[in-house]
Ligand binder design. Structure first.
Ligand SMILES: NC(=O)c1ccc[n+]([C@@H]2O[C@H](COP(=O)([O-])OP(=O)(O)OC[C@H]3O[C@@H](n4cnc5c(N)ncnc54)[C@H](O)[C@@H]3O)[C@@H](O)[C@H]2O)c1
Length: 440
């Protein structure tokens, strides 16, 4: 049965804490696409097809023509940053997109000026800025963010908002007592508890107002019981964490194939050089640790060494990130994979991916904004596990193993939208098609 989905009417405000390389590349891209200057390549909502019904029916609409998503023309952008640069200046500084393209959208981008950020240098070293709120308590900061969101919605005539964290990676933290319940979290906000990071304050503010929140960085942020409960209470969708781009995307494409063929893996060494501001922040060991934990979890899950100890029990997995300014946003990654096959004979795979980090991340931000808004209109709240497809460390309900295999993640995403729209789910087995053919 089709779910009741409120139509996407009016304007959708997409608010981004962290108007850096990823955020500005996404915004400039959408403006350029709306002007007919470029195509939304890499966006599953805009360019991906979804199969409906039986194979023989030949129904493959574009995702955006199948589900009632907000239109790109109806999006209004805003955000916060510790720097005062408007989105045009920030995009020029990020050096991801060509100046020619940015100048073609300059008037629109210049209008987007960052609101004052909630920031604390003890969570993110290596950067400083002046566009920062000051208040006596973290609760007051949360209230100021709520006022920002309210005003943005009013001034821009938005019918709905979503918040997508594109801010820098905060230092490594684990779930602690203050994160356990809404009450302890709110007490912590009033007492300036050091276990409450700025990203959590944004998330709290959004959730209190029923605004969907997705986290593109590997910080805990909404991945704590208190905010999961708040999301349920205010009927708000949440998702995270850490956009799946670059090297990890390649891993989750390749590893399921090796595992499918029962090939063994002895070692997987991954190293990266990148020279953008993200790389600078990750040059600090505390911030790198957050990223490392996120990147390492992927292979364990796909290979499941406890089920296949002879194939993956001794796998050595190492991830390095090195800050190398000359490369800018054009991250280069190398993977050396030691695999073994029939009778234990060894082989090697080498991958050298010259990627553009923010070019891979921007369509993810757009898709998440549209899908999170859809989820809200469809009455779906709490963790949106069907959006795992977009994340390196998918947030799941406790006790549920996160799924990392990109193909299984896509099936889950597509089946969720089929379900929302009252279409038959498609199982990879396609037994019905097979039986029909066998009988005909
Ligand atoms: N580019 C990718 O492929 C990719 C993939 C996965 C995750 N990420 C994550 O996305 C985030 C953004 O990446 P980026 O390349 O755009 O980095 P960036 O350094 O260019 O931009 C981050 C921006 O966040 C701002 N910021 C930091 N703390 C803030 C706060 N408390 N409030 C508001 N603004 C704040 C910084 O001033 C900066 O402008 C990083 O956490 C990164 O790890 C990026």
């Amino acid at each position: 049965m089709k779910k009741t989905i409120t139509p996407a009417e009016g304007k959708l405000g997409v608010l981004i804490p962290g108007l850096g390389a990823v955020g500005t590349t996404m915004i400039a891209g959408v403006v350029a696409i709306n002007k007919g200057l470029a195509k939304p390549i890499g966006s599953v909502t805009q360019m991906g097809n979804i199969r409906l019904g039986k194979k023989t029916e030949n129904r493959y609409p574009l995702m955006k023509d199948f589900v009632p998503l907000a239109k790109l023309n109806d999006i209004v952008f805003g955000g916060w940053d510790i720097y005062t640069d408007n989105v045009f200046e920030a995009a020029m500084n990020a050096k991801v997109l060509e100046p020619v393209l940015l100048h073609a959208v300059k008037p629109e981008l210049e209008l987007i000026k960052p609101m004052k950020a909630v920031f604390d240098a003890s969570y993110i070293k290596n950067i400083t800025g002046s566009n920062i709120k000051s208040a006596a308590t973290k609760m007051q900061l949360a209230n100021e963010l709520m006022t920002d969101m309210e005003l943005f919605q009013k001034n821009n005539g938005c019918s709905s908002l979503v918040v997508i964290w594109c801010g820098s990676t905060e230092k490594y933290m684990e779930v602690s007592a203050v994160h356990e319940t809404i009450e302890s979290f709110e007490e912590g906000l009033r007492n300036n508890d050091s276990a409450i990071a700025p990203s959590m304050i944004y998330a709290y503010a959004a959730l209190k107002m029923g605004i969907p929140f997705a986290n593109g960085a590997p910080n805990l942020t909404v991945d704590i019981p208190a905010l999961e409960c708040l999301a349920k209470l205010t009927e708000t969708p949440i998702a995270g964490k850490d956009f799946k781009t670059g090297q990890t995307l390649m891993k989750t494409i390749l590893a399921p194939g090796l595992q499918a063929r029962a090939l063994g893996v002895k070692g997987w060494f991954s190293t990266n050089i990148l020279g953008n501001r993200d790389g600078l922040v990750l040059d600090d060991p505390d911030n790198f640790k957050t990223k490392e934990v996120s990147k390492l979890s992927v292979l364990e899950d796909i290979f499941q060494p406890e089920m296949s100890p002879e194939l993956y029990g001794d796998m050595y997995h190492k991830v390095r990130i090195n800050y190398y300014p000359p490369h800018g946003d054009n991250k280069e990654s190398w993977d050396n994979i030691d695999i073994f096959g029939w009778l234990g004979y060894g082989m090697q795979i080498k991958i050298n991916f010259l990627c553009r980090d923010s070019i891979l991340a921007a369509p993810i931000v757009l898709d998440l904004a549209l899908f999170m808004d859809l989820a809200k209109r469809a009455g779906m709240s709490g963790i949106q596990e069907w959006l795992s497809f977009y994340f390196k460390s998918p947030q799941t309900v406790p006790q549920l193993r996160p799924e990392h295999d990109v193909f299984k993640q896509l099936i889950k995403l597509q089946n969720t939208v089929r379900h929302m729209m009252g279409e038959d789910l498609i199982s990879p087995l396609e037994l019905d098609d097979f039986e029909e053919n066998a009988h005909s």
